[in-house]
Every structure is written in structure tokens, then in C-alpha cells.
Design a binder for this molecule. Structure first.
Ligand code: WT7
Length: 654
């Protein structure tokens, strides 16, 4: 039977490599065996509320205990109902009575090489001062603070200060346009804007303040703007509206008790691009979010007190919220923060940082790993990376060959790799290996974390069999889940809870293999339908990336009269290779050999770069339009990182 009738997806990828955790690593892990993982998972599954009740009591500080663990009426969840707590208290104050008081909370390096370290006590003082400054500027609980700042410690201070007084932050990545800021400010009714004079990016100054000036001209709800002096370039300060960060801090007291907030008080809004239309303001709240961020951090990164943990994501993304600004701090970890680009001044900057600061855990994105591979091994070889003990990835599927490079070249074949699957909406990691417990397979996010109950269904809403792909859903609410789309309940319900009633629809496809391991197959909208067989983009792309000359690939479907869709691929080759007709034929045959005739690409285009979002995801939607010969690109392109890529791809059309 053709799979197109049921809506299942054919998997053509086989991956037999298995990497068990090494004995030394496992012996030191909190969860050090498959049996220990399974026991925890089963406990959570058997009685989720009892499981989370126990953890919430043990892990969080409560000003007032909650009355009820969960109130669940599809699609609205309330966790730890009636309780009072505070995220900033749990991240900072909680450590001040322990030896962690004098431990580094943040080790920061700016792009020019300047460094700063803040202990937990110092960070606490900065946060209290800025919280008082915000209060003085009129910020009340529930007010929205819009943040457009470079990756400096002050960005974390600002987020934590909002959390401390019950203000809701909306962090906007400091690469977005004035238009994008204004849209988000207006959607959220932002009251205060935080920014900096400028940010360093590849040796250039990004003039953040002038972008903000333009945005604020179109953001009528914003009353005040606080400006951090990062660089010292000339800026215009508007009288009555703009104030300097250092001025408001100079007069602020370090005494600011954390507000006693309801478990479900909104903590932040984070805008994520829908595939079309206007960005969605994903809403997260207090107690459930911080519990999720803390526990997933501890489980997945096997946290030890002596670690230096480096998540390379900007705080403008959910990864930077959960694994820079919140989760690690709640766990009392030391966080590395870096302001700039990975290739400044040279392509070895990450490896230099790891060697210099003796970083132990590196958490980065597949797009970065593919860039490192393209730049060449010589940049890595110059450095001693022996401090690393654990590696992670997030944001997209990782092609098995890129995984192998990461394992060999960066991990020295000694570090486990945690491929973490999750979303802005999920608040934190949902599926990932626990590095001391779960053997890894290149390209698989392996198993769900305790409390996560995945379900994969076809178009008829039946659970699919093993080795068939379908729509990935989550069956039971979890504490870190989104609580809605800001001021848009209808869209929330429509987007996540309607197509598969009663379950959270992730928008991704996935399959489980014979061992029950999960493989993410890409976005539902990206499936390619060839002669009635539904294929996943990542499998075709991974087959291409396994060729020694290919650095990066994106596969999309284009209309084809006979097959329904034909497969078009866009390929970036490594620095030492040349595009040619021969290589094109070679790649077609390579895919055919790796995964079969059905998946052999019809068109191959060589390109110097692929269109990506600012967080590094390939924008297959745009490539689909180009491959189909559509002159006009439909939908929202405001999240595109580099417009010139799009223009070039169009010019390259044969
Ligand atoms: C989408 C969510 C999660 C924080 C950063 C991105 C894709 C994410 C993986 C992974 C395969 C992945 C999914 C997901 N994705 N991690 N390990 N393997 N795909 O957050 O911008 O909300 O994107 O990213 O498609 O739905 P986001």
C-alpha cells in the first residue's frame, strides 16, 4: 500500500552505529545506566503528578506552597496552582546561603577579547540594583519589558531583574530590524525598551540604539528606554525618554527582595516565526518553566559543580533563555557567555575560547558544526580541547556525518553527544540522550525525558508502527509547556490542539526505530511526495552530506507532472571542491547508493550559501519557491538572515 493514503512517511535511512556511554563517564553520572533512566521514566509516566509534585517540592523555593499540582483542561494547563515562588530567587538567592555564593555564575568574553566574571553574589547584587531601577522607571508586575541587547552579562541581569519583580520580558535578537522590533513591541504592548549603544559583530559595530530609535518611533506604548554603554560610540538620547544604564544603576540599592509571584505569573514572551504570517508571541510562566529548565539542564548535561558550561546560543532565542539565563543558574552552574561571531578574528575562535577558559561542556547548533567542517580541520587542530567532556546540539536535525565529525574532531571520541530535540513552545529539552545512560546513534535524539510522553500518528490519527514516520505529538502536559500565544487564544488552539484532538501537535514528523529510538524527520510541511512515497528532507540531506565533498545540503519538492513531486537539492560544497557536471552526477549516484533510487535527486544546484533564519535553520520554504521557478517568494521573509543569499540563488537559476 502506498503510504500517501495513510499519511505515513517512508524512512529510507539506515544507521547502525551505536555509541554506549563510556564506563568512566557513566560511573560519575547521576543517572548512570539505561535501567536507572528507565526507572525514572516509568515512574514519571505511571503518575506524572506525583512525580512532579516530588520534584517541585525538592527543587524549588516556595514562599507559599501550592494547593494542586496540575489543573488540565485542554488546551490550558496550570501547574502548581495557588503556589507562590520567584524565578530569580530560585536562580540567585537560593545559592547565597551555600558555598556557591562565591562561585562564578557567569564567565564572559566580549568579541574584542575583554573578559568579566560575576560570582553568584555579584550577579545577585547587579540584578537587585537593576530591578530597583526598573521599579523606579515605573515598571509594575505584568508590564512588558522589551530587550534588544548584545550578549553581555547585562542581558542576563536584565532578564533576571524582570523575573525578580514580576515584569514580563520579551527578548528580541539584536540582529532584527526596526520593523521587527516595532511589530513585537506593539503586539506585546511593551512599556519599556532596554538596549545598548552598539554591539560588536565580526569587528564591526552594530548600532543598536539607532535601530531602536527607528523602532520606538513606531512603538507608541514604550515610555522609557534604558541604554547600556557597551562600545562608547555616539548616540542620540531623547530627553525624557532615554536614560543611561550606568546612571540608573549608580543610584539603585542592592536591596530588592524577590516578589512573591503566582506559579502561573507570566515570565516571558518570546516571538518565533510561524512558517507564514506574523510572528507568534509564545508565553511561558513561572514555576513550571523554571522547574523544567533546571531539571532538564541537570539531566541532559549531567551537571557537576566544577563544570564550565557553554551554550553558544544568543539569549534572543529560547535556547539562550533556558540554557544560559535560567536553567544553569537555577542549578548553580558556571555559565560561559561569548559576545561575538565564531569566525572572528579567525575561524578558530570557539576552539580558542574552549582552550583558554577550559570549558567542559559545549552546546551548539548543527548549522555551526557544518560551518566548522566547511572551514577546515586546521582551525581545530591548533587547539587543546581536552577539557571538554560532553557535547550537545540543538535547533535542527544533525546529519550523521556531521555528528561523526563532532564526535571525532571536537569530542576526541571521548565525549558523549546529546542531540536535544525541543522547541520554543516546549520551554526546554524534550527528547535527548542522558549521557551517562543512553547509548547514542548519530542523527537520533534517542529517548524522551522523564515526564514526556510522545505519540506519533498518521493522518487518520492512528499511532504509526515502528519505522514509519508520522506527526509527532505529546500526549500529556508537562511543566515547561507554553501557556498560550500572547493575546491570541484562537491561534494557540488552532495551531497546537485542533488537528490531533487532546494532544500537543509539535509540527514535526518523526519515527521510532526498532530500539524505540526517536528520529526527527523535519517539519510536517517539508515532506516530499515522490510517486506516492512520502520522504523526509533530512534523510535525503544526510545522504548528500555523507559524501566527502559536501558541506551542507537542503532538499525540497518541486511539482512534477509524472511523479507528483521531484526532488530538488541545493548543495554547498567544501572549500577544497569545485562544482561540476561530473560532481552533480556523482552526487545523484551517491544518494541512490546510500538510500535508494526513489530518493535520487532530480535537480542539483550548487550554491555558496543556503538561506537561513537568524538562528541558523535552513528556510526550505524559500527554496521550494525557487526550485519551482516561482518568481515571487510567498510569506514572511523578515526572519531571513542574509537577503543576498536569496538574490544569488535566484540569479543562479538556469
Ligand atoms: C524546531 C523548533 C529548540 C530550541 C531551538 C529551536 C527543530 C530543534 C532539533 C533536533 C531535529 C530539531 C524542530 C523543532 N529542531 N531541535 N535536535 N533534531 N530537529 O527552537 O526555533 O522553536 O525550533 O527546531 O523542527 O520543531 P525553535
Amino acid at each position: 500500500m502506498s503510504d500517501s493514503t495513510s499519511g505515513q512517511i517512508d524512512s529510507v535511512m539506515t544507521e547502525d552505529r551505536l555509541f554506549p556511554p563510556n564506563a568512566e563517564f557513566a560511573s560519575r553520572s547521576a543517572i548512570g545506566s539505561m535501567a536507572a533512566y528507565q526507572k525514572l521514566y516509568d515512574e514519571a509516566k505511571a503518575n506524572p503528578e506525583a512525580f512532579w509534585d516530588k520534584l517541585a517540592k525538592a527543587e524549588l523555593h516556595w514562599f507559599k506552597p501550592y494547593d494542586k499540582v496540575l489543573e488540565w483542561k485542554v488546551p490550558n494547563a496550570k501547574w502548581f496552582v495557588g503556589g507562590k515562588t520567584n524565578v530569580s530567587y530560585n536562580c540567585l538567592d537560593a545559592h547565597l546561603t551555600t558555598a556557591r555564593r562565591n562561585k562564578a555564575a557567569i564567565i564572559w568574553e566580549g568579541e574584542p577579547g575583554d573578559t568579566r566574571t560575576l560570582t553568584y553574589q555579584q550577579l545577585h547584587q547587579e540584578v537587585c540594583k537593576f530591578a530597583n531601577a526598573l521599579k523606579k522607571l515605573g515598571v509594575k508586575p505584568g508590564d512588558v519589558v522589551s530587550i534588544y541587547m548584545p550578549m553581555t552579562p547585562e542581558l542576563v541581569v536584565a532578564m533576571q531583574a524582570c523575573a525578580r519583580i514580576g515584569a514580563v520580558h520579551s527578548v528580541i535578537f539584536a540582529g532584527f530590524s526596526a520593523e521587527a522590533i516595532a511589530d513585537r513591541n506593539n503586539d506585546a504592548n511593551a512599556k519599556i525598551q532596554l538596549t545598548a549603544d552598539a554591539a560588536w559583530r565580526r569587528g564591526k559595530q552594530l548600532e543598536l540604539k539607532s535601530v531602536v530609535d527607528e523602532a520606538l518611533a513606531k512603538s507608541p506604548t514604550v515610555e522609557k528606554c534604558v541604554v547600556l554603554k557597551r562600545i562608547g560610540n555616539e548616540v542620540t538620547m531623547q530627553d525624557g525618554r532615554d536614560v543611561w544604564w550606568h546612571d540608573v544603576m549608580a543610584e539603585a540599592s542592592t536591596d530588592c527582595p524577590a516578589a512573591q509571584l503566582d506559579s502561573e505569573a507570566p515570565l516571558f514572551i518570546l516571538y518565533t516565526s510561524g512558517s507564514t504570517g506574523k510572528p507568534k508571541g509564545i508565553k511561558h510562566t513561572t514555576a513550571g518553566y523554571i522547574l523544567w529548565a533546571k531539571k532538564t539542564f541537570e539531566w541532559v548535561f549531567d551537571h557537576r559543580d566544577e563544570d564550565i558550561f557553554w551554550c553558544t546560543a544568543d539569549c534572543g532565542w529560547i535556547t539562550g533563555h533556558s540554557y544560559v539565563a535560567y536553567g544553569p543558574l537555577a542549578a548553580g552552574a558556571t555559565v560561559m557567555m561569548y559576545e561575538g561571531a565564531p569566525n572572528w578574528p579567525l575561524e578558530n575562535r570557539f576552539w580558542e575560547l574552549i582552550e583558554k577558559h577550559k570549558i567542559n561542556i559545549l552546546y551548539t547548533a548543527p548549522t555551526a558544526i557544518r560551518a566548522f567542517i566547511k572551514w577546515g580541520d586546521e582551525h581545530v587542530d591548533k587547539h587543546d580541547l581536552s577539557s571538554l567532556r560532553l557535547l550537545g546540539t540543538v535547533g535542527e536535525g544533525i546529519n550523521p556525518e556531521a555528528w561523526m565529525w563532532y564526535h571525532r574532531k571536537i569530542g576526541g571520541e571521548r565525549c558523549p553527544i546529546v542531540d536535544t530535540w525541543w522547541q520554543t513552545e516546549t520551554g526546554g529539552i524534550m527528547m535527548s540522550p542522558l549521557p551517562g545512560a543512553i547509548p547514542t546513534k548519530p542523527g537520533s535524539c534517542t529517548k524522551p525525558l522523564p515526564g514526556v510522553i510522545p505519540s506519533i500518528v498518521d493522518e487518520q490519527l492512528h499511532e504509526v508502527q515502528q519505522n514509519h514516520g508520522g506527526m509527532l505529538c505529546v500526549s500529556h502536559p508537562w511543566p515547561g509547556m507554553l501557556r498560550g500565544i500572547w493575546e491570541d487564544d484562537a491561534r494557540y488552539n488552532e495551531q497546537y490542539w485542533t488537528k490531533v484532538p487532546g494532544k500537543y501537535l509539535t509540527g514535526d514528523n518523526a519515527r521510532q526505530d526498532d530500539d524505540g529510538y526517536y528520529w526527527i524527520m523535519g517539519r510536517i510541511d517539508d515532506v516530499i511526495n515522490v510517486s506516492g512515497h512520502r520522504l523526509s528532507t533530512i534523510e535525503v540531506e544526510s545522504a548528500l552530506v555523507s559524501h566527502s565533498k559536501v558541506a551542507e545540503a537542503a532538499a525540497v519538492g518541486r511539482p512534477d507532472e509524472i511523479k507528483g513531486q521531484a526532488i530538488a537539492v541545493f548543495v554547498t560544497i567544501k572549500g577544497n571542491a569545485e562544482p561540476s557536471e561530473e560532481l552533480r552526477q556523482e552526487l545523484k549516484l551517491h544518494v541512490r547508493k546510500e538510500i535508494g533510487a526513489l530518493a535520487q535527486p532530480d535537480d542539483i544546484r550548487f550554491t555558496a550559501a543556503l538561506p537561513k533564519t537568524r538562528s541558523g535553520k535552513i528556510m526550505r520554504r524559500l527554496l521550494r519557491d525557487i526550485a519551482s521557478g516561482n518568481a515571487d517568494i510567498a510569506g514572511d521573509t523578515s526572519t531571513l538572515e542574509d537577503y543576498s543569499v536569496l538574490a544569488k540563488l535566484r540569479d543562479d537559476e538556469e
